[in-house]
Write a new protein. Structure first.
Length: 275
């Protein structure tokens, strides 16, 4: 099963492949819809997803200079109001003044394209860039888990490599870039990542290896994950004979990229770096 030449790699599909090649195949190659919940209880999980989407929209409006009182006027959920107050009081400060919310970046990578949608990119041209990602998890941050995610590779790699329009497409040095994961439910516990030339080399090698593995995986059925705990929170579990019932949301990992609407990329609007 070959990839289309215009296939675009993102943190979501690369993470899905690393978690389970079969999920990647079903979701992105076969585009198979499968009506199963991600986790239980369904209502509570759906509520958290909806709040996360609303919070991202509100912060987006904030950085587009919509008045705070107008943004907050339609809040009816107490949890969302708590998150919003935490954002206003304790969100990252001292960010470079040149800010772009919901910025979408793309560049050529290993004969395909690599793309990301970043919640907030803040840049001081030729000096530094700060990537901010809003994490609306109901669980406390786990830095080791966050660092291991593909998102923590793809986002800074793209910003370092392209500089984006905010830096006139001039690349940054790795140590000029910082990434902050900020949690409205845990505003005192941001996860801050920094980078180096060694990190950059390892990241290029890992992303290249993943893409090569996907491109050269010539099987009718891609392998299933050996970690069956991941199957509890995969909508394809019954299709793969890995159980019927979803796992409880309290046992989930910190976030669920598949259901995070803020990560959906509009490829018609994306900034493409042509090199």
């Amino acid at each position: 099963m070959t990839l289309s030449p215009d296939f675009v790699f993102t943190q979501n599909n690369l993470q899905d492949f690393e978690d389970c090649p079969r999920r990647f195949q079903l979701k992105y190659l076969l585009r198979m819809a499968w009506p199963a919940p991600i986790s239980e209880p369904i209502e509570e999980n759906d509520h958290l997803i909806r709040l996360g989407s609303l919070f991202h929209q509100m912060v987006h409006q904030y950085y587009l200079n919509v008045p705070e009182e107008k943004i907050a006027s339609n809040i009816t959920d107490e949890d969302l109001l708590t998150w919003w107050k935490a954002f206003l009081m304790q969100s990252p400060v001292d960010l470079p003044k040149n800010k772009r919310p919901e910025i979408e970046i793309s560049m050529p990578f290993n004969n395909f394209r690599l793309a990301a949608k970043i919640d907030l990119l803040s840049v001081e041209r030729d000096k530094k860039a700060v990537i901010v990602d809003w994490k609306t998890s109901h669980r406390p941050p786990r830095p080791a888990y966050i660092t291991s995610r593909i998102q923590s590779l793809v986002y800074p790699y793209l910003v370092i490599s392209t500089g984006s329009t905010l830096n006139y497409y001039r690349p940054f040095k790795p140590d000029q870039v910082t990434m902050i994961y900020w949690y409205p439910a845990f505003p005192d516990s941001p996860v801050v990542l920094t980078f180096s030339a060694e990190w950059m080399e390892k990241t290029i090698n890992k992303l290249t290896r993943l893409v090569d593995e996907i491109v050269h995986l010539d099987l009718e059925v891609f392998p299933l994950t050996s970690d069956q705990k991941k199957c509890q929170f995969c909508r394809y579990r019954s299709l793969c004979d890995r159980g019927i019932s979803a796992g409880h949301m309290d046992d989930m990992e910190e976030d669920d990229p598949e259901e995070n609407s803020s990560l959906k990329i509009d490829f018609d609007e994306i900034e493409e770096t042509p090199f």
